[in-house]
Design a protein around this ligand. Sequence first.
Ligand code: SF4
Length: 467
Amino acid sequence: MKKEYCGLFGIYNHSEAARMAYFGLYAQQHRGQESAGIVTWDGSKIREQKGMGLVPDVFNERHLGKELKGNVAVGHIRYSTTGASLIRNAQPFLVRFGGMHMALAHNGNLINTLELRQELEAQGSIFQTTNDSELFMHLIARYMNGGNLEEAVAKACAKVKGAYSMLLLANNKLIAIKDPHGFRPLSLGRVGDSYVLASETCAFDLLEAEYMRSIEPGEMLVIEDKCVESHSIGEPRPKRQCIFELIYFARPDSRVFGETVYDCRKCMGKVLAREAEVSGDFVMPFPDSGVFAAVGFAHESGLPFEAAMIRNHYVGRTFIQPSQDMRDFSTRVKINPVKSMIRDKKLLIVDDSIVRGTTIRSRVKKLRELGAREIHMRVSCPPIRFPCFYGIDFSSKGELIAAYNDVDEIARFIGLDSLHYLTIEGLRNSVSNPDDFCMACFTGEYPMKPEGWAGKMCLEDEVAVSW
Ligand code: SF4
């Protein structure tokens, strides 16, 4: 199962900064449901509210109306890709240093964490958390040394390796930073006299903010006194934006990396239909993530689109577990087939990806039990054969069915009559600038190597990565 990672939101110069941050995070809740936090600055004092759970669980009217005062705010929602699921790992990470109040919110994964922590601890640093943001704060503090904040941030960026889109609130400044490869999305917008920053533009839409542009890889954007200044950090490197944002993670109504997610997903479905056509009674998605590729597939193939699986939108993250004999309960509680649609039909299912294959297998089994005549599946991304080191939670090869099985074996395991994946070429043809994307989980060609490992990953390699 893929899990979302983190979402960022920042706002500068707004009388209701905390409330805007709340809705900015609310719109991006799909990016992380483990914890949420907002930090505000009122010109002299910094305030924070963080907690475990969903955005509405963490903040109430008292926080937003009275306590989180100030016209600058930074917010974060988290699904942990590093660090345990603990309140102390919730972000933004707050420090007071050299007369400055700083709050940092980070999306992504650093790949030289262990080495840097050991180096800093040997020099006397003491860490309170296991997350990358604290490490980054230590580096900034070290390089500040009474000097210029922007220079210290740039030096800290030169020291870390990996994926990071970050928002740093430092007294009157709001700073947005993206790593030189630009793995994770971050965009700039405007609402009235205020600047807003968010991982995804669906946050701008909710706040009626106007999208201005995507933060560039290797860019540090400093907002202060209503002025915006752009600086370059580090040597320019080739863009390697995460293609999975477009395949699965981002909301379809968002723009990320300058691309409209809905259009890209639909295009992936169209290309897939051209590559692996099959007849069938209708095209159906496994909701919700396969829907947009399925729409594209149906348009291109001329087959009707049917929503033959229905999602229960009110299932929370936890529910009372049933007894052992209620097999596959957690799969059934989330989606349920429309029985009259299934019997004696030749089904053509479109999904966005297969990670372990176990959930899809139990769904397919259910469709067989309901009398489906044939079940064919088309997947709108190539087989995921390699782990991700840059913040997506399928980091162990053992979890990936395509790492050790070919397409026919996967089809047999799931119980399909046929299975086809979108090719790498097909995926490249579905986005505007294919060379600007990381596709390492399909190809094994990593833009940056994690600690303790060298070379292109082969399927036989076992990678020992510590975080
Ligand atoms: S390896 Fe895959 S999931 Fe990870 S950043 Fe690259 S494209 Fe995204």
